[in-house]
Ligand binder design. Structure first.
Ligand code: HEM
Length: 383
């Protein structure tokens, strides 16, 4: 694309009107925005930001940038809706002091030592899923593999009885799906129904256990960890299956799994978009932003910013340093990053080691979502 086309693409960008090609790969559009209009004013008056330095600054500044989304969710969901009640009580969409209070027990519940204790269980879960793939020979890497891992891991963390786990993923998909910048009435209805069913279920569970933590904490933890972790596993497998030299490098040196997963997180970030509201007038990237302005922070673009990453579109599993923003940064940085990293490391390494004949089969299908990047279906087979 020449410079004029890139400039026109950037200036005409409208996150409310995205094409099928964009969902397939948004990176050309993101490169144009970064180069020509990094603090892009959208048709609805909000801003879409794509540069690493700008996102890093905003994520680390909770004074000038707020996570409290009540004013945004009210008109979209309706203030009496289950979706409004759910999302406005989640810590991710709140500021201090509520945020600080709710985050603290979660950080403890997902501490490094807790995460370390999960490794044996995750390994045996992954091995049993891989054993089934070996029997099936042809399968879907999302439905038959990646999606099972967070359901079981989070189910175990929260002591959800195994027989109750079936609906968890569907609830999570419906609740987070309602956060897309454009949603249909059907998606909002499904989101509301999912919150109601989920809340009823958790009340029952908590009542039965007669213990803390409160339902909001549980709800967010479950949702935040499902789709993103499924997606990092499927996105990572896709990258490796498309890049056999990287797969061989990892098989030859399994210790590379740590930087390899960081590279998957950077290159195909499962959570591509975040949001903040401007609390007081501030200038970012030379653009004066007014108090109340709604910002969309494009993690997917920042993580390929050539100002921060050499050869940013290249899949380099030895990349160092790799200060990606896939888990955001600052006060709201992902609480579950340790769990997510461990799940992805075990899943990717064991799959490449145990299924050397694994290859893609037919068309992979991406979800038409801009915020959460992943696959709906990733057909594969063992050759
Ligand atoms: C690869 C998988 C994951 C990715 C890419 C991811 C990404 C993120 C991002 C970008 C944020 C910041 C949101 C913002 O402030 O706007 C976040 C927050 C959060 N994540 Fe994750 N996440 C993942 C997995 C998980 C898992 C497995 C859990 C729980 C077990 C989890 C729990 C949370 C929680 C509770 C927050 C809110 C933190 C706060 O607001 O203080 N995440 N995540």
């Amino acid at each position: 694309m020449d410079a004029e086309d890139a400039r026109a693409l950037a200036q005409g960008f409208d996150p409310q009107r995205l094409s099928a090609a964009f969902y397939e790969s948004p990176y050309e559009t993101y490169a144009a925005l970064r180069a020509w209009d990094p603090v892009h004013r959208c048709v609805d008056g909000g801003y879409f930001l794509t540069r690493y330095a700008d996102l890093d600054q905003i994520y680390r500044d909770r004074v000038r940038f707020s996570s409290d989304k009540r004013s945004v969710f009210g008109p979209v969901f309706g203030v009496t809706s289950p979706l409004y009640a759910h999302h406005t009580t989640s810590l991710v969409f709140n500021d201090a002091p509520y945020h600080t209070r709710v985050r603290r027990p979660l950080v403890e519940a997902l501490s490094t030592s807790v995460v370390r204790g999960l490794e044996a269980g995750i390994t045996s879960l992954v091995d049993s899923l891989l054993g089934r793939l070996q029997e099936l020979r042809q399968f879907d890497l999302v439905e038959d593999f990646a999606a099972h891992i967070p359901v079981e891991v989070i189910g175990n963390l929260l002591c959800v009885p195994r027989e109750d786990r079936g609906p968890l993923r569907g609830w999570s998909l419906a609740i987070l799906g309602a956060l897309e910048s454009t949603t249909t009435a059907v998606q909002r209805r499904q989101g509301n129904e999912a919150v109601s069913e989920f809340t009823r279920y958790l009340r029952k569970l908590i009542g039965a256990r007669r213990q803390q933590p409160g339902p909001d904490t549980d709800l967010l933890t479950l949702n935040a960890g499902h789709e993103t972790t499924t997606n990092i596993i499927a996105n990572g497998l896709y990258l490796f299956l498309r890049t056999p030299t990287a797969a061989q490098l990892l098989r030859d040196d399994p210790a590379l799994v740590v930087p390899a997963i960081e590279e998957c997180l950077r290159l195909e970030s499962p959570n591509q978009l975040g949001n903040r509201l401007v609390s007081e007038p501030v200038t970012i990237g030379g653009v004066a932003l007014e108090a109340g302005a709604y910002l969309t922070l494009c993690i997917g673009a920042a993580n390929r910013d050539p100002q921060e990453f050499a050869r940013p579109d290249h899949f380099d599993i030895t990349r160092k340093p790799n200060r990606h923003l896939a888990f955001a940064a600052g006060a709201h940085a992902c609480v579950g990053m340790g769990v997510a990293r461990l799940e992805a490391q075990v899943a990717l390494l064991r799959t490449l080691q145990k299924l050397p004949g694994l290859r893609l089969r037919g068309a992979a299908r991406r979800g038409a979502r801009a915020r959460f990047r992943g696959f709906v279906s990733l057909p594969a087979e063992i050759a």
